[in-house]
Design a protein around this ligand. Structure first.
Ligand SMILES: [Zn+2]
Length: 353
């Protein structure tokens, strides 16, 4: 968990927005933080809460000192005016008990009850509801009641990557705050600063591929997708001498190994295409940068090398549509690598000394 705003990457505009609305005393009782997964919405919400409680900074500064009683207790998870709910381990939904108490304890326990109490150690109570779109209908309706008549000192932050599946009545009672994907540079520093990766090249490759999401970056670093990524890196390392049959076999075998059904096979095949495109794009970058030592430049000249890689990239992108269009994965993959190898051979042949 982050303990200072300096550690948060991106989202500067959202931070300024909260500073403004706090300074003007216009802070809403409830906000929906909506945006792609793995971009730091929850970290932002927690820092916002910590800033509300910090004793050494006025709320509108939106800063935390990290050392006052409130900051220390907040970081230790013992600050009594902060409440957080989310999916319990093994559950796919946020349950009524978490929001409003279960059975006999309905209305006398849970998040809404906590929020209705006077703050204990500060002048506000702050609640974070993670995966807010996963509330059961019962839980959502209980929260709706609190949103309709919010306790004066309550601040509720609903986090979601699927705002369209929240009850419209909930959405309309919250201020909407959009979060966006992180930049490649932000992801790269998150990976390196937190020692999630120790090789810079890996951090570069993963940050290019993860579409601005730390969650996706971690998937790429760990387990199945990593296996597939490694296969592509290995097979395409010597692009000029790519063997289409060996590459197809390695790719299809890995996809079958890491997928438990046809749907997953298609998803993983799409990842394969992203890895292939990324490798081609990287090579393109080398050529465009005027690196004369690149074998393709030496053989074809930079201009023709660029044309070749561009047509290979275009061919790779077409395969994505085929896979969505239900062409069997093994067929789509083998025809892709056959075509790539053939395009390469034709270009080389045309240039043979
Ligand atoms: Zn503090």
């Amino acid at each position: 968990m982050l303990s200072s705003w300096d550690q948060l990457k991106g989202h500067a505009e959202q931070r300024r927005m909260f500073q403004r609305s706090m300074a003007q005393n216009r802070l809403a009782h409830a906000c929906v933080f909506a945006g792609p997964p793995g971009t730091g919405k929850r970290e932002f919400a927690r820092l916002l809460a910590m800033s509300v409680f910090c004793r050494n900074h006025a709320m509108e500064e939106l800063r935390v000192c990290g050392t006052c009683r409130a900051c220390r207790a907040f970081s230790a998870g013992t600050w009594p005016d902060f409440h957080e709910v989310g999916l319990l381990s093994g559950k796919r939904e946020i349950l009524i008990g978490q929001v409003a108490g279960e059975g006999e304890k309905r209305g006398r326990e849970g998040l809404c009850f906590d929020l209705s109490m006077k703050p204990q150690s500060s002048d506000r109570r702050v609640a974070v509801i993670n995966d807010a779109h996963r509330m059961t209908a019962e839980a959502a309706n209980a929260l709706l009641k609190t949103l309709e008549e919010p306790p004066a000192q309550a601040l509720m932050l609903l986090i979601t990557d699927s705002p369209e599946t929240l009850l419209p009545t909930i959405r309309s009672r919250c201020q909407q705050v959009r979060f966006f994907s992180l930049s490649d540079t932000d992801i790269r520093s998150i990976l390196l600063d937190n020692a999630l990766v120790d090789i810079e090249e890996t951090a570069d490759a993963v940050s290019r591929l993860c579409e601005g999401s730390v969650e996706t970056a971690l998937q790429l670093l760990d387990g199945d997708l990593r296996k597939l990524r490694d296969v592509v890196a290995q097979e395409l390392q010597l692009l000029e001498t790519m063997n289409s049959l060996a590459t197809t076999n390695a790719a299809v075998e890995t996809i079958e190994q890491i997928s438990s059904n046809a749907g997953e096979q298609r998803q993983n095949a799409q990842w394969l295409l992203k890895f292939v495109s990324d490798a081609l794009r990287e090579r393109l970058r080398t050529l465009v940068s005027g690196d004369l030592s690149d074998p393709l430049t030496q053989r074809l000249g930079a201009r023709r090398g660029v044309d070749l890689l561009t047509s290979m990239l275009t061919r790779t992108v077409t395969t994505s549509g085929q896979i969505d269009g239900m062409v069997p994965v093994s067929l789509a993959v083998s025809s892709l690598f056959d075509d790539l190898a053939q395009t390469l051979r034709a270009a080389m042949k045309g240039s043979s000394p």
